[in-house]
Design a protein around this ligand. Structure first.
Ligand SMILES: [Zn+2]
Length: 335
């Protein structure tokens, strides 16, 4: 009798433990499902309705993907993910417009629609890369989840929305920061004057890290680089640097050209040559060097991201933010 009782007790215990484990597994499963549902809330009810071909410049590989999958990889590569949701939505509409405009212009040739080089098309990372970048930046798991959700929300809630001027897709230029005023496109790159890319008033948070910056260049480096950039400047000598000065300004108050010796150099060229954050600068001359005191970050044309975040936090909706930066445009949903 006794061994039988023992076996019964042991069996009961085992059954109890199995049930307990089963419950735990069920609970975990449910938790996982909930998490997944929450995560997928703003993802993919649009799968495969339109595919674009993205050239990954590192490997040269061309990958086909859904336009919205592509855009949710562009958005966090181009704008900080902790910006206000209305700023993220504005950037999503800008990125979509920019993408379609590139496709329309066959900017990437015949075998691809767009590439992931920010200097040629738009920056792009896949989800795995983005989450790794955020981890390296020190965003904890909760933050990463929240940011990814907002990125998806920004893309999906603006699905098919683009910016038109006169029924044409606009050239949706954007930049990081231009305190006080944005720039007119013709003032920076010359060429055609686009009526929607004109200088407008701009408000930005003053605590933006790159609002002001300084670059110091020795006379030697300055002359060397200017000569390298254009061989017709071969007569330049270091002593010419002692009277470097700004000769004229754009209508928004940025530097248009500077003069060194008998040479005029465009500020936009100078910006790329010496990695100045913008052409909104003053010049300070030291004994053997030139110091550029720079305000803002980027070319200044179109939407300012820091400004978009500022206006969003003041209660403006994405469509109004877009209409503020691009004069006379419409935000429309493509059929
Ligand atoms: Zn490209």
């Amino acid at each position: 009798m006794y061994p039988f009782m023992c076996i019964l007790v042991i069996l009961t215990c085992i059954l109890f433990v199995i049930n307990l484990l089963k419950d735990k597994v069920e609970e975990k499963k449910e938790e996982k499902l909930e998490e997944k549902e929450e995560e997928e809330e703003y993802i993919i009810d649009y799968k495969a309705d339109e595919t674009i071909r993205v050239r990954l410049c590192d490997t040269g590989e061309v990958v086909a993907m859904d336009i919205n999958d592509y855009l949710r990889g562009v958005l966090p590569a181009e704008m900080p993910p902790y910006y206000d949701i209305e700023a993220l939505k504005a950037q999503a509409i800008v990125a979509r417009t920019y993408t379609y405009k590139r496709i329309e212009a066959h900017a990437e040739g015949e075998d691809a629609d767009i590439c992931d080089n920010y200097a040629h098309c738009q920056a792009f990372y896949n989800k795995e890369q983005i989450l790794k970048i955020w981890e390296r930046k020190g965003y904890d798991e909760e933050q990463r989840k929240e940011y990814w959700k907002n990125v998806n929300k920004a893309v999906v809630s603006t699905k098919d929305q683009v910016i038109l001027y006169d029924n044409q897709l606009i050239k949706a230029f954007f930049h990081a920061s231009s305190p006080e005023r944005t720039e007119s496109v013709s003032q920076i790159w010359g060429g055609e004057n686009l009526p929607y890319l004109v200088s407008v008033e701009n408000q930005e948070a003053e605590d933006y890290a790159n609002r002001t910056s300084t670059v110091e260049v020795s006379f030697t480096d300055f002359v060397t680089k200017l000569k390298e950039n254009d061989s017709s400047r071969s007569a330049l000598v270091e002593s010419d640097c002692k009277d470097v000065h700004i000769c004229d300004y754009t209508t928004s108050g940025r530097v248009k050209n500077i003069e060194v010796g008998s040479y005029k150099i465009s500020a936009e060229k100078l910006r790329t040559m010496f990695s100045l954050r913008s052409t909104n600068f003053t010049i300070e001359l030291k004994e053997n060097s030139i110091v550029f005191h720079v305000i803002g970050n980027g070319h200044g044309v179109g939407l300012s991201q820091v400004g978009a975040d500022f206006y969003a936090k003041s209660g403006m909706k994405c469509e109004d933010i877009i209409k503020h930066y691009y004069t006379g445009v419409d935000v429309v949903t493509l059929p």
